[in-house]
Design a protein around this ligand. Structure first.
Ligand code: AOS
Ligand code: ZN
Ligand code: ZN
Length: 386
């Protein structure tokens, strides 16, 4: 049993986002931190540290245009030299004056064209970097009833998605992200998993839904959404983070580790775990006040702990008590796994892989942070909170 769990954990891969390494903040203040990367190459170097100490963060999501470079093949080669690779390409059709009334759903066809062209350019970057995943999040929506035609905006969205879908090459896919609100407040064009799912189903199997754990109303049963999408073969991945109030982008597993466990249990239960599952486990976080690389290491460890607990659930015993209608017994099987301290198991797993058992302490001891603080002056903002 433990051998199987260890093998499953060894195969885990969690993608970190390039924007987690840059300065970030809220609309009130972006706090500059020492040692922050000055370009995408340095962001990859920081991400490589997270992989070096955890052993399970081998890829890095890029964000265009925040990570725009002249030579993407060179960026890919740089990543490979650091022992990581480029993961999902995140598009950005929200930081331009033209997008005040929306991007792909804008009433103005010229702006829709510009937005769609950006998405197509992101597929070019996938070709150049070898990335197989395009992640689409639209800030599109309206603030006031009557501001625009709700249904026409869905038609425009479908048209743009279809054009991008047709441009995807062999082995490429896009993930459509939903978000309840913000920056649009009255109506968001992709507000929930059902809307994302419906658009994806119309298009085909290369269109899948990504679940950002911070994008739901309080109290939403996210693990149900996960179970449903997996059953339909449409769960493309996760943007992991924690929320207390809205889209807080705090460290995954910090606000509600039990929720993360419940999600990972459904992932495992539904066949979404493992290298061939097609489900991408990505972090979408910003570290506004805490150190960034250490924050990413902690986050990766939080996902790993939740995964280990999910893998520990005695599914045979669970099925038996469920079939017997034993409500308390079934709940107890799940809670036994959740309440297990998996940290010794994970320390052992790391030691077996030649890693330090405590990644946080090992990173702190490495002197990397002090080195980059001395070397890097004038780090750039991740792009948020500008
Ligand atoms: C925005 O709220 C979404 O979570 C996006 O996934 C993401 O944070 C943004 O696109 C940065 O790439
Ligand atoms: Zn996200
Ligand atoms: Zn978000």
């Amino acid at each position: 049993m433990t051998t199987d769990i260890k093998a499953a954990l060894r195969a885990q891969a969690i993608e970190t986002p390039s924007w987690a390494y840059g300065n970030s903040g809220t609309r009130f203040k972006v706090f500059a931190q020492p040692g922050v990367p000055r370009d995408p190459f340095e962001k990859l170097a920081d991400a490589a540290q997270v992989h070096a100490f955890t052993g399970i963060a081998p890829s890095v999501a890029l964000h265009i245009p925040w990570d725009r470079v002249d030579d993407y093949a060179a960026l890919s080669a740089h990543a490979a030299g650091l022992g990581v690779r480029i993961g999902a390409i995140n598009s950005n059709v929200f930081q331009d004056d033209d997008y005040r009334l929306g991007s792909v759903t804008n009433p103005d066809p010229r702006i829709r064209r510009k937005a769609t062209d950006h998405l197509l350019a992101c597929v070019d970057i996938m070709d150049a970097t070898g990335s197989d995943t395009l992640k689409l999040w639209f800030s599109d929506g309206i603030n006031y009833p009557g501001q625009d035609d709700l249904r026409a905006r869905q038609d425009r969205l479908a048209e743009a998605l279809s054009e991008v879908y047709d441009r995807l090459g062999e082995g490429q896919r896009f993930l459509l992200e939903y978000k309840l609100f913000e920056p649009a407040f009255y109506a968001t064009d992709v507000p929930d998993w059902g809307t994302a799912y419906a658009h994806c189903v119309r298009l085909g199997e290369k269109a899948q839904v990504v679940v950002d754990t911070g994008h739901h109303a309080p109290g939403t049963n996210i693990e149900f959404i996960v179970a449903f999408l997996l059953r339909e073969g449409r769960l493309g991945g996760f943007d992991f983070n924690s929320r207390f109030y809205a889209d807080d982008d705090l460290m995954v597993g910090s606000a509600d580790p039990f929720q993360l466990f419940r999600i990972m249990f459904e992932v495992v239960r539904g066949g979404g775990y493992g290298p061939d599952s097609g489900v991408a486990f990505m972090l979408d976080q910003c570290h506004n006040i805490e150190p960034k690389i250490a924050g990413q290491i902690r986050s990766v460890m939080n996902v790993q702990e939740a995964t280990a607990k999910a893998l520990l659930v005695d599914t045979g015993a669970l099925a038996a008590v469920q079939a017997a209608g034993d409500v308390l017994g079934a709940n107890a099987v799940l809670m036994d796994a959740y309440n297990t301290d998996v940290r010794p198991l994970l320390a052992e797993l790391r030691a077996e892989a030649g890693l330090e058992p405590d990644p946080m302490a090992a990173y702190a001891r490495s002197g990397y942070f002090e080195k980059v603080c001395a070397e890097r002056v004038g780090g750039t903002q991740a792009g948020w909170g500008a």
